[in-house]
Each structure stands twice: as structure tokens, then as C-alpha cells.
Design a protein around this ligand. Structure first.
Ligand code: NAD
Length: 260
């Protein structure tokens, strides 16, 4: 049980982040959710999280591309719950363009959100974890923290950086009861992915099955999408005592993608 612990999950108003929030709330942890979206829908999710165990859920809508906003979010979490025991850096975004045409503002935003934000949340959460002699830092990295694909230079750079940052943190806090690990999914079935299918069918004159198998799952040998629940189950395991000696690791959940 995670009763009495507080989990802060960035980018948890949808997709993988929301799946983490649900599984950790189900174990009794207080939850801080973060991300953008329609306020009624977010409030519904927040109340739903509280109903899972009776623990509290707080919504923070801060923009994690800005350092002052990250600091405000971490202060609000500390004021509400006393600190953060489980930190999941999950918020991320993508932009696809050749490097010589890559928009400079998109590069800066992706590095800020997918990489720098994890540095800031970690530096602010670690003192509290050290005082408790217990903590879990988990990053949603990606298969793109291990291998590259063309036209995703900012994303691949940020995710490789995140993997290196995580190893460094793991070494620094190794004797403090704190672990730091990456989870690296391949293609995960989220609304984001599902919504791309109709346009891709039109653009490539393909059936739904062709888009899924020949485009999206081309590099994923199992030919099935990872589910957000499978990613969340791995995070829950990393929070257990059984995983106390898993640190500095990069756990692939990619259907064999990076085995090739
Ligand atoms: P998603 O778009 O469904 O979720 C992204 C979340 O981040 C949302 O809650 C969004 O509101 C939030 N967010 C966006 N910009 C933000 C900002 N500036 N400040 C705060 N929050 C912000 O995407 P997802 O597929 O669930 O992705 C979550 C993570 O998983 C990302 O880091 C992504 O790189 C990684 N990932 C996804 C896949 C996949 O196939 N979906 C594969 C590997 C890794």
C-alpha cells in the first residue's frame, strides 16, 4: 500500500500520466495531477481519483516549460501534502521536422518540457525524499531515449538527456532510500495516437489496419500497441520494496523495438 505517500505526476490530465495517477491512487497515495485540458473534465478525473481510495487529489495546472511555474507547483504540493514521495516526470511533447528546418521555438519548448522540467522537479523533491529516507523518481522516457528516428531531433535529444540525468541522480541518492529510473515505452495506445489514424488513412490511401501495422507498428515486433496500463503497472512495481535495488535502470516496454 502507498497510503500516507504523495505522488506528483506531471502531464497527468490524459494518456500515460492519467494511468499512473489511477494506479497510484488505487494504492492509497495522495496524488498531484498536472497538465492542460478542459477544466470540467479535469475536475471529474480529480474527483474520480479521490474515490479510488479516499486519499486526496490536487490539480496543478502549471506550465512546466517555465521554471517559476514549476517552483510554484512544487510549493503548492508541499503546502498541501508536506512534500512529494513519488515523482513521475511524464509531461512531454513532440515536433516532427528536418533538423535544418526545425523551428527554434519548438526546440526550446521540447527541451524545456521533456528534459529541463525533470531537473527542476527533481532538485525540488529530493530534499524532502532525503528527509524521509525514501523516494521514487520515475521518468517516462521513450524508446527514443535509446535509439533515434529521423525528424525528431529535439525529442530524441531530450529523451537521451533524460536517461543520462536519471543515471546521475540514481548514483547521487543511492544511499538515501531513493531510486531513480526511466520507463521507456514504444508506441503506446493513447487518444493522441488513435486520433492520428483517420488523417494518415487519407494521406496514404491506406486502411486502418495498414496504418496501424505498416506505419505505426512498423518498428514494434509484437505488432501490438503498449497500453498506458502496462506502463503504469511497471511504475507501481518500481514503487514497491521489491524494486528497492532497481535504480539507474532504463526499463523498455516496447514490444521488442530496441532489441533490433
Ligand atoms: P499526452 O499528450 O496524452 O499527454 C501529455 C500530457 O502532458 C498532458 O497531460 C498534457 O496536458 C501535458 N502537458 C503538455 N504540455 C505541458 C506543459 N507545458 N506543462 C505541463 N503539462 C503539459 O501524451 P502521452 O502519450 O500520454 O505521453 C506522456 C509521456 O509519454 C510523454 O513524455 C511522451 O514523450 C511519453 N511517451 C509516449 C509514447 C506514446 O506512444 N504515446 C511513447 C513513448 C513515450
Amino acid at each position: 500500500s502507498l497510503a500516507g505517500k504523495t505522488a506528483l505526476i506531471t502531464g497527468s490530465t490524459s494518456g500515460i500520466g492519467l494511468a499512473y495517477a489511477k494506479v497510484l491512487a488505487g494504492e492509497g497515495a495522495n496524488i498531484v495531477i498536472n497538465g492542460f485540458g478542459e477544466s470540467d473534465a479535469i475536475e471529474k478525473e480529480r474527483v474520480g481519483l479521490e474515490a479510488l481510495s479516499g486519499a486526496k487529489a490536487l490539480y496543478c495546472g502549471h506550465d512546466l516549460t517555465r521554471v517559476d511555474q514549476i517552483e510554484a507547483m512544487m510549493s503548492q504540493a508541499a503546502d498541501t501534502f508536506g512534500g512529494v514521495d513519488i515523482l513521475i516526470n511524464n509531461a512531454g511533447m513532440q515536433h516532427v521536422a528536418p533538423v535544418e528546418e526545425f523551428p527554434i521555438d519548438k526546440w526550446d519548448l521540447i527541451i524545456a518540457l521533456n528534459l529541463n522540467a525533470a531537473f527542476h522537479t527533481s532538485r525540488l523533491a529530493i530534499p524532502y525524499m532525503k528527509s524521509k529516507k525514501w523516494g521514487r523518481i520515475i521518468q517516462t522516457a521513450s524508446a527514443h531515449s535509446l535509439v533515434a528516428s529521423p525528424f525528431k531531433s529535439a525529442y530524441v535529444t531530450a529523451k537521451h538527456g533524460l536517461a543520462g540525468f536519471t543515471k546521475t541522480v540514481a548514483l547521487e541518492v543511492a544511499t538515501d532510500g531513493i531510486t531513480a529510473n526511466c520507463i521507456s515505452p514504444g508506441y503506446v495506445w493513447t487518444p493522441l495516437v488513435e486520433n492520428q489514424i483517420p488523417d494518415t488513412m487519407k494521406a496514404r490511401n491506406m486502411t486502418r489496419e495498414q496504418v496501424m501495422n505498416d506505419v505505426l507498428l512498423a518498428g514494434q515486433p509484437t505488432k501490438t500497441f503498449v497500453t498506458a496500463e502496462q506502463v503504469a503497472a511497471t511504475a507501481l512495481f518500481l514503487c514497491s520494496d521489491a524494486a528497492a535495488n532497481i535504480t539507474g535502470a532504463n526499463l523498455s516496454i516496447d514490444g521488442g523495438w530496441t532489441a533490433q
